[in-house]
Design a protein around this ligand. Structure first.
Ligand code: ADP
Length: 395
């Protein structure tokens, strides 16, 4: 090997290390050495520890027979052989076959991929029509296999770290949830207990109007408690995927109008502007979809008090799109990505009650309809929730 090859190797490896995306790093690793080591296709096979089957995690065609990129079956038997022997394998086409079509003269080179000390997969190169792999080629390919293994290991570590971070965040949220939920349960219970004790006092008599007022509060707080417990149960069922949905044809425009009318019975001053295009019926679970809009209304009332609300509905490309907008204080950009997570509440919502379950429930319901929900928000301008639903989630 000469100095220029070593310099090229050195430069290439330092660039590969800097790539954060593992596929881009593998691309660079294989393509930049083609000056020294020619091949037409390359594929990386990993052994699935559970199924014991081979999985193609990366394939690239750079020369002849480019279609092989999509289907990396060409290297499977070479990969299996590498895994069976743990060694470099080479397949050269038989010379005496008299074949002249280069694409049928496949030279295969298979190399073991080791993650830690464990044989985890194989790297396979194919070269059509030769030349045969020289010793230098095998050494270069072995170096690439070594680097590919460490890039795959780095990918696995990154994935494990992301998962761990998400679990840690969930655990923190659950810790907070215990204190939130005990507060949330205590508040209505406190009202119920307080007003019923007052009504039962022997030493005081209450006029009819006051009695009615106390009983109304007790009634409303009992409803709030029921809703809270329902939400908790529902979110647990949604998480364990045991909540049943009943799909049937429905009109979302009529459903949202009904929800709006119901909400306005309790909040007479609420200013809601509905702007609906002509909407065809869709298939959905009416009870659950009503719940989504009830949650959005409850949030708007809580977090954007006094704001005008606007609901726009359109039908485009067999999809229904709803935009539910308020003109409240908005949600700072840093918190926006998390609001659909279970138990998540934006820090500083001290004045409001809540459990961080509402939007999580909304998202799970929309996902069960194969739809999408997301939010855009501008601080001091307002928040808009967008929902996209397919006309028929089963098509
Ligand atoms: P909860 O209302 O019980 O806290 P949600 O899951 O319904 O839980 O909402 C999560 C968080 O998103 C809320 O704590 C709130 O900070 C924020 N949020 C939701 N809707 C709005 C809105 N319309 N405007 C501003 N913030 C909102």
């Amino acid at each position: 090997m000469d100095t220029s090859t070593l310099t090229a190797l050195n430069e290439m490896f330092s660039e590969v290390t800097q790539k954060t995306d593992w596929r881009a790093a593998l691309d660079m690793l294989f393509v930049s050495l083609r000056g020294e080591f020619v091949f037409d296709n390359v594929a990386v096979y990993l052994l699935d520890p559970q199924t014991k089957g081979l999985e193609v995690i990366y394939a690239r065609a750079v020369g002849r027979g480019k279609t092989a990129e999509a289907d990396a079956a060409w290297g499977e038997s070479a990969a299996n052989q590498v895994l069976a022997t743990g060694r470099v394998t080479m397949h050269e086409p038989k010379k005496e076959s008299g074949e002249t079509d280069r694409l049928t003269l496949a030279h295969l080179l298979g190399l073991p991929l080791k993650i830690g000390a464990r044989l985890s997969g194989a790297l396979v190169f194919i070269r059509f029509g030769g030349p045969q792999y020289s010793k230098l080629h095998v050494s270069l390919a072995s170096l690439q296999a070594f680097w590919a293994s460490s890039l795959i290991e780095r990918r696995d570590l990154q994935e494990a770290r992301t998962e761990l971070e998400s679990i840690q965040r969930q655990m923190r949220l659950q810790d907070d949830f215990v204190s939130t939920i005990s507060h949330e349960l205590r508040t209505p219970l406190g009202f119920i207990k307080g007003y019923s004790t007052s009504l039962l006092r022997q030493d005081t008599t209450w006029d009819k109007e006051t009695q009615l007022e106390f009983l109304t509060i007790i009634d409303e707080e009992a409803d709030r408690l029921t809703q809270l417990i329902d939400n908790m149960l529902e979110s647990a069922r949604l998480q364990s995927k045991t909540l049943q949905f009943k799909f049937s044809p429905l009109r979302l425009d009529a459903l949202v109008r009904d929800v709006t009318t119901r909400v306005k019975m309790y909040h007479r001053d609420l200013d809601v502007n509905l702007d609906f295009e002509k909407i065809p019926p869709i298939r959905g679970d009416g009870v659950r979809l009503s719940q989504v809009f009830e949650n959005l209304f409850n949030n708007a009332i809580k977090y954007a008090p006094g704001s005008r609300l606007s609901i726009v509905m359109r039908f485009k490309d067999a999809k229904l799109e709803v935009a539910f907008a308020d003109q409240g204080e908005g949600i700072p950009e840093d918190y926006l990505p998390f609001i659909f997570e279970r138990f998540y509440r934006v820090p500083g919502e001290n004045g409001t009650t809540g459990t961080g379950l509402g939007l999580y429930i909304c998202k799970q319901i929309i996902l069960a309809h194969h739809g999408k929900i997301w939010a855009e928000s501008v601080v001091d301008k307002g928040t808009t929730f967008f929902i996209q639903l397919p006309a028929d989630p089963f098509l």
